[in-house]
Design a protein around this ligand. Structure first.
Ligand SMILES: C=CC1=C(C)c2cc3[nH]c(cc4nc(cc5[nH]c(cc1n2)c(C)c5CCC(=O)O)C(CCC(=O)O)=C4C)c(C)c3C=C
Ligand SMILES: [Fe+2]
Ligand SMILES: [Fe+2]
Length: 367
């Protein structure tokens, strides 16, 4: 079998395009143990996700985790699965469609948008092949993680590089590292909170929960923790919250190692025990609702808080397809496409420049 992927047929004169590759984590194909096993194997074999010596980890993964977790996780997935499929994939597909539509209002040169996942389907390979088939010679990779983490953002990029290693005619590549402090992203979050408060009134505390990672990632130079804190501070500022009105927490601890603290479960337990009347929980690091938000936060989190004596518990949905978020995605994309596409701004500018040139030639303009 050939090592390199076949190149699409190219005729002289075929139009070259810019490709925008939305990259996300991925999800199982079905909420069943059979579908969970290959998904979890691929996910948990990623060295960026689990950094335990390979041989030791091989025995733990195959002997213990893949024997127990698929069934347990499948039950959790079944509780959030929709008629259209896994929430993560359903939202990611809609975001890709909407982004294409919003960009079409702004970009005047040929472009396209595809979605690729680090684990599971649609794979990064299939996404890049679709871009190549449409003659994309320049690709912007947009990982849908606001805060950079080696275990999420860099894993998505690794998946892209693995495909490119087998590509003969390499496209030019640009990548977006993060957008944790982008004003349009912060504003999209703030708008979703304000809208929730307009309908439901305000809570006693806003809990901002981020996906956790092992603590040693931070100690070894992964700045994810700092970026989560910056997002939280900017969101609190946008909402006019003082430090007593919000708290930051990290969720989804996996395994026995120490992870980033405070753990969400401990925060919810102590807020419950303090008999707090109402808390709202938002997950600013998740651009789409998924297992981690709909099951762990909206269901499990509520149970922890209320079984410890807490009152009302509101989960504020992820940004999903909100207009402000698609606007933010559009802004972030356009900022990273400078020089690769012509926008309506460029076209207007070109028109103005042409008019000025004409006026100057006629001696009518002074500057
Ligand atoms: C084993 C360690 C894990 C690290 C490190 C990790 C980092 C990390 N994950 C996300 C986002 C998501 N993770 C999701 C599911 C999920 N995460 C882990 C483990 C680690 N994640 C597992 C084993 C699973 C699978 C589900 C389960 O069996 O519990 C999801 C949801 C996917 C879905 O289909 O809905 C997301 C999203 C980030 C952003 C991150 C690092 C910052
Ligand atoms: Fe995770
Ligand atoms: Fe989790």
């Amino acid at each position: 079998m050939a090592y390199f992927n076949p190149e699409p047929k190219y005729e002289h004169g075929d139009q070259l395009k810019v490709g925008i590759l939305l990259a996300n984590l991925g999800t199982p194909d079905a909420p069943t143990a059979q579908a969970l096993r290959p998904y979890l194997r691929q996910f948990l074999s990623d060295r960026r996700v689990v950094e335990i010596p390979r041989l030791v980890w091989w025995f733990i993964l195959n002997g213990i985790i893949l024997a127990i977790r698929p069934k347990k996780s499948a039950e959790k997935y079944a509780s959030v699965w929709t008629s259209e499929g896994s929430p993560l994939l359903v939202h990611a597909k809609k975001q890709a469609l909407l982004l294409r539509g919003f960009l079409a209002q702004k970009i005047q040169s040929p472009f396209t948008v595809e979605l690729g996942m680090s684990y599971g389907n649609p794979s990064m390979e299939s996404a890049i092949q679709k871009l190549k088939a449409q003659h994309c010679d320049r690709i912007l990779v947009f990982p849908l993680y606001p805060q950079y983490a080696a275990s999420s953002t860099a894993s998505a990029l690794d998946a892209v590089w693995r495909v490119l290693l087998k590509t003969r005619n390499m496209p030019a590549i640009r990548t977006i590292k993060h957008y944790h402090d982008h004003p349009a992203y912060i504003e999209a979050l703030a708008q979703s909170v304000r809208e929730h408060w307009r309908i439901n009134g305000k809570p006693n505390k806003l809990v901002m929960s981020f996906h956790g990672v092992p603590k040693f990632h931070l100690l070894k130079g992964d700045m994810y923790h700092c970026e989560c804190h910056k997002t939280a501070r900017l969101l609190a500022e946008a909402l006019g919250l003082n430090q007593d009105q919000y708290v930051i927490a990290f969720q989804s601890r996996f395994g026995k190692q120490e992870w980033l603290k405070p753990y969400l479960a401990n925060i919810l337990e102590s807020l419950g025990k303090s008999k707090v009347n109402r808390i709202d929980v938002i997950c600013p690091g998740f651009s789409s609702d998924c297992l981690e938000t709909l099951e762990e936060i909206a269901m499990e989190g509520k149970h922890i808080f209320q079984s410890n004596g807490g009152g009302e518990y509101h989960y504020i949905p992820a940004l999903n397809e909100s207009e402000a978020w698609i606007h933010a995605m559009t802004a972030i994309t356009l900022e990273n496409l400078h020089g690769w596409v012509s926008t309506d701004w460029d076209a207007n500018q070109a028109k103005k420049d042409a008019e000025m040139t004409k006026l100057r030639a006629q001696g009518l303009a002074n500057n």
